[in-house]
Design a protein around this ligand. Structure first.
Ligand code: KIV
Ligand code: ZN
Length: 384
């Protein structure tokens, strides 16, 4: 089985979200939990961006063991020097350097000719190699770049020593089949591609980051980048927990070896949400508060008979408590009986009709029925 590397950038791209500023202690706490989750690489920050980021990368390098610790740089020698300084205590350091490769970015943002971009990219990779063996090159805005130019620059940076090449969809513009095609193109066109790991890094502007990532993995990438809860610039990055569980649920289609401890997903997601102050949307796949709740009568009845009728993942797999049946005005008699049994009541089936009638009257006036409501209901029907 092929090894798949999980590259977590919650502390770098995730922290670039509007409204998030983490201190060193908070970043260390998240990094410790990411190791428990089993990610392979932690991108700890962008050292040149601020003294706080530099300090965080340094402290994570000193204190966090069990994962590669990575720092981001622009294609600027001084960035690389500072990043190497921050990473110097890491057991396994990685420098992640790169430059934009689309015509739009090269012309309007960098004011550089394509040949100049190639020269700069190679010089930076070579400079980073003087500090550490493990150098990842990102081709920013790769999805909107000219394909032949992309293939050329990737070939040259691999020659210069890049061990991982990152193909980002920086502005979340791809669809799954387009992104899969791009990865196939890179795999089939870049002559020395076997000397590097292909990494994918998707953004969620069109809501397709997870689907694009799955397509990229199907096409041959072996490193996936993303953040916990999908936090990140604008609409965010690929949600790592979604990719983990998609791979876990589809082992036959995606036969990868993973280091991930899925039971740590809920704890990791809650910690990131609590520390960043970014709430998890109700309907967020895998970790949303509603992700394992069943409110309609037909679904509740099915779940009580056989969990798999309406659940593709056992909540225990991600460390969440077992499915929670929420009683509402749409719940049926089966669900009411199940809840009452959980609370220690044993109504006879001929009493259940009357109880259910009263229950519906209460439920019609509330969004959700709590245990206390059921105790009140049962107090008005003594003898159970
Ligand atoms: O989205 C992007 O292109 C990035 C790179 C800096 C890796 O975050
Ligand atoms: Zn990004």
């Amino acid at each position: 089985m092929k090894k798949l590397y999980f590259f977590d950038t919650t502390l770098r791209d995730g922290e670039q979200s509007l409204g998030i500023t983490l201190n060193v202690r908070q970043k260390l706490q998240i990094a410790e939990q990411l190791v428990r989750l089993g990610v392979d690489i932690i991108e700890a920050g962008f050292p040149v961006s601020s003294p706080g980021d530099y300090e965080a990368v340094k402290e994570i390098s000193k204190n966090i063991k069990g994962a590669v610790i990575c720092g981001l740089t622009r294609c600027v020698q001084a960035d690389i020097d500072l990043c190497a300084e921050a990473l110097k205590y890491a057991e396994n350091p990685r420098i992640h350097t790169g430059i934009a490769v689309s015509d739009l970015h090269m012309e309007k943002k960098l004011h550089l000719k394509p040949e100049e971009v190639i020269d700069l990219a190679c010089a930076c990779v070579k400079h980073a190699k003087t500090y550490c063996h493990d150098v990842e090159f990102y081709a920013e805005d790769a999805f909107r770049s000219d394909r032949n130019f992309l293939a050329r620059i990737l070939q040259e940076v691999i020659k210069a020593g890049a061990t991982v090449i990152n193909i980002p969809d920086t502005v979340g513009y791809a669809t799954p089949w387009e992104f899969g095609e791009l990865i196939s193109f890179v795999k089939n066109t870049v002559e020395n591609i076997d000397q590097a790991i292909i990494s994918i890094h998707c953004h969620n502007d069109l809501g397709m980051a997870t689907a694009n990532s799955m397509a990229g993995l199907f096409a041959g990438a072996t490193q996936i980048e993303g953040t916990i809860n999908g936090i990140g610039e604008r609409a965010g990055n690929t949600s790592l927990e979604e990719v983990i569980m998609a791979l876990h649920s589809k082992k036959k289609e995606y036969p990868f070896a993973l280091n991930i401890h899925t039971r740590e997903i809920t704890a990791t997601s809650s910690l990131v949400s609590r520390i960043t102050g970014i709430p998890i949307p109700y309907h967020k796949p895998i970790v949303g508060p509603n992700a394992f709740k069943h409110a309609s009568g037909i679904h509740q009845d099915g779940i009580l008979k056989e969990r798999e009728t309406y659940e593709i993942i056992d909540p225990a797999t991600i460390g969440a408590s077992q499915n929670q049946i929420i009683l509402t005005a749409r719940s049926g008699k089966h669900a009411l009986r199940h809840k009452l049994f959980e609370l220690g009541y044993r109504p006879e089936s001929n009493q259940l009709d009357r109880l259910y009638g009263d229950f519906i009257q209460i439920a019609d006036q509330k969004n959700e029925i709590f245990d206390q409501d059921l105790h009140t209901l049962m107090n008005s029907h003594p003898g159970h």
